[in-house]
Design a protein around this ligand. Structure first.
Ligand code: ATP
Ligand code: MG
Length: 407
């Protein structure tokens, strides 16, 4: 269906005298019978022509020759054949030149497997033998690898990422050039580095990805980051049992024995969102608190953890614990988290049959910190130790608690 719509884009361009091809990742993934998530199109039509032929469009990146064309709500990026201008600071160029030949457009692409184009009739344009490299399962730079990495150092990480996603090896010369140009990665914006690392740790070949990161020393520019991948190689396989990026980063940081303060530093350095940072710091702290050891399941007192951290955090923590403990499949504990949660008659301070104000008037005390402290004690007693959740029982217990302790 989506392909049919994309075909119509190609057809329209051709009918108007232009060339148009599917290009890059979609061609690679079609040939590998992998799911295709976005279809990119290249053409010798200039952006002005593309916009004229497709009135329903978004001018996504006119400077780089890209117009997003809408076909029945589906967007396709249509990019004019281009070569890239001067590269500054080992990053992608600021300006590009439009060209009229497909080959020149393919030549600027990073790896041979990403430098193929296909027409509407599935005829392949493959001047750099990408399909041979697909068959040999190789990541090979287009042209001189060292020069290509010097033009744009992000390609270094992309290479490792494609190897990890596809389970491919990196061709010898390309690998050598990677090792030599590795320090250039320090010029790349940390957000882009983070996004590629996220893709590496989320790929099916994550172990291979981690090994390549170590072998190439791509992360040597940041010892804190490199430490995550060098000391944790052994645990890399566990990452595929985790769901979110936050869980994966947490496991890496715990495996590298980072404190939660060090974990926070890494998150800040990678400019993660506050939400993601908080989650990671929390998971690293909890794994440490529970003294989690690899493949040695232990009893977890979910009741207290649920009251202190909440249901959502505990649910994710359970997934993390499974990954830390399970050499072979899931670890089943008799008292599962869900069971403990369901059996708790109250789950939050708000669920208690008394409020802070009730306590204040029943105990005839001035408002202060003591209220929240007493409410928390009541919560633990009512949730886990059978204290009835009635105003009478709670107030009676609160009176005793305050009388027996310094409040
Ligand atoms: P995926 O979308 O699955 O991550 P992709 O190959 O489509 O993989 P994109 O980042 O979407 O990757 O880029 C589309 C195409 O643009 C690539 O296939 C490649 O041909 C080219 N490309 C992208 N980034 C670079 C780069 N830094 N240097 C050279 N070519 C690049
Ligand atoms: Mg893509």
């Amino acid at each position: 269906m989506v392909v049919e719509l994309a075909n119509r884009v190609l057809e329209t361009l051709e009918k108007n005298g232009f060339e148009a091809f599917f290009v890059g990742g979609c061609v690679r993934d079609w040939l590998l019978h992998r799911p295709v998530h976005d279809i990119d199109i290249c053409t010798n039509a200039h952006p002005g022509d593309v916009m004229r032929l497709f009135p329903d469009h978004v001018p996504t990146g006119l400077k780089h020759g890209t117009v997003s064309v809408k076909m029945e709500k589906q967007l396709f990026e249509v990019t004019t054949y281009r070569t890239e201008g001067k590269y500054e600071d080992y990053r992608r160029p600021v300006d590009v030149q439009f060209v009229s030949e497909l080959r020149l457009d393919l030549e600027r692409r990073d790896f041979t497997i990403n430098a193929m184009a296909m027409d509407r009739n599935r005829l392949l344009q493959d001047p750099f033998d990408g399909s041979a490299d697909l068959s040999s399962r190789l990541i090979r730079a287009v042209g001189n690898a060292s020069e290509r990495f010097q033009e744009d150092a992000l390609r270094l990480l992309r290479g490792v990422r494609f190897a990890a996603q596809l389970g491919f090896s990196i061709e010898a010369e390309t690998l050598l050039a990677m090792k030599e140009t590795a320090p250039l990665l320090s010029h790349i914006a940390v957000e882009r580095v983070r996004e590629e690392l996220n893709k590496i740790i989320s790929s099916t070949g994550v172990e291979l990805g981690c090994r390549l990161l170590c072998d190439t020393r791509l992360l040597a520019f940041s010892p804190r980051l490199e430490g995550l991948f060098s000391q944790t190689g052994e645990q890399a396989w566990r990452l595929s049992q985790l769901v979110t990026a936050a869980q994966k980063w947490s496991l890496l940081m715990y495996a590298a024995e980072y404190t939660h303060a060090e974990a926070k530093d890494v998150c800040t350095y990678l400019r993660m969102s506050n939400r993601e940072t908080d989650m990671i710091v929390c998971f690293v702290r909890l794994l440490g608190q529970l003294s989690v050891e690899w493949d040695r399941p232990r009893h977890v007192d979910w009741g207290l953890l649920l009251l202190a951290e909440g249901w959502e955090v505990c649910q994710e923590l359970e997934v993390l614990l499974q990954a830390c403990w399970s050499k072979h499949g899931a670890v089943h504990s008799a008292q599962s988290l869900a069971m403990v949660y369901e059996q708790m008659p109250v789950k939050k301070v708000k669920d208690l049959a008394v409020s802070g104000l009730d306590l204040q008037s029943a105990l005839q005390k001035k408002p202060g910190e003591w209220i929240m402290r007493v409410l928390k004690v009541l919560l633990v007693k009512a949730a886990l130790h059978g204290l009835p959740n009635t105003p009478e029982a709670l107030i009676e217990f609160a009176k005793k608690e305050v009388a027996d302790n310094e409040y």
